[in-house]
Write a protein that binds this ligand. Structure first.
Ligand SMILES: C[S@@+](CC[C@H](N)C(=O)[O-])C[C@H]1O[C@@H](n2cnc3c(N)ncnc32)[C@H](O)[C@@H]1O
Length: 213
């Protein structure tokens, strides 16, 4: 992995190990809204295999299992403390695996997932193409990739991108839709649609859906 991303990932891991105890309490409305928006495009039979990149405290896993209890889910996160809360939230379930590590370095079976999610973490990757290429490898043909993240198409996103770039070592970049589309295509994924939404006045979000042909 390039040195820039290793340094970034180290900072992200430290940041979220510190934040883990507070994470669910500081941003409950934000998490509910972003997880809900990420699940909106789903039309599942209930036995699919799901990948959650940067699964955090397992909020997506909990919401998915409430609706489809037989899903098989792999959640990956850099922060062992965030994963500790995820494990507590889900309890013992042989269908749910949590792996600690960097998504870019975690070994995953190729052509094996029906849906991959990246919720609120694309901005932690300095090279999104490498993320998209890996997602393409591990998705089954026809599999969906659902990204929810901040976007730089908005005024707030531009300001936030500037501010976070100066203030937070655990931050790479907020992407524009017009940056994400060509990178998805370069990785061999087909962008299907996107929509913008807000969480309060502060957060300008995008939900972007792509598919492996
Ligand atoms: C804002 S939290 C979002 C957590 C969860 N997706 C949610 O919506 O509640 C971002 C998470 O992404 C994880 N993360 C960031 N970069 C990562 C990477 N390269 N590999 C794995 N996890 C990563 C962080 O550790 C953190 O737990």
């Amino acid at each position: 992995m390039p040195a820039k991303q290793s340094k970034l990932s180290r900072a992200v891991r430290i940041k979220y190990n510190i934040l883990s105890r507070l994470y669910d309490y500081i941003w409950p409305g934000y998490i509910r809204k972003t997880v809900g928006e990420a699940m909106a495009p789903l039309n599942l039979s209930g036995s699919e295999k799901i990948l959650d990149i940067g699964c955090g405290t397992g909020q997506l896993e909990k919401s998915l299992l409430q609706k489809w209890p037989n899903l098989k889910i792999t959640g990956i996160d850099l922060s062992e403390d965030m994963l500790g809360f995820a494990q507590k939230r889900i309890g013992s379930n042989p269908n749910i695996i949590f792996k600690q590590g960097d998504f870019l370095e975690t070994s995953l079976e190729e052509n094996s997932f029906d849906v991959a999610f990246s919720i609120s973490n694309l901005h932690y990757f300095s090279n999104p193409l490498s993320v998209f290429e890996k997602v393409k490898r591990v998705l089954k043909p026809g599999g969906l990739f659902i990204i929810v993240d901040w976007n730089r198409d908005s005024f707030q996103g531009k300001i936030y991108n500037w501010y976070m770039g100066k203030a937070d070592p655990a931050f790479a970049k907020i992407y524009r839709i017009s940056e994400a589309y060509p990178l998805l295509e370069e990785a061999g994924l087909k962008p299907k649609n996107h929509r913008f939404f807000g969480v309060g006045l502060r957060w300008r979000m995008m939900c972007l859906v792509a598919q492996k042909p």
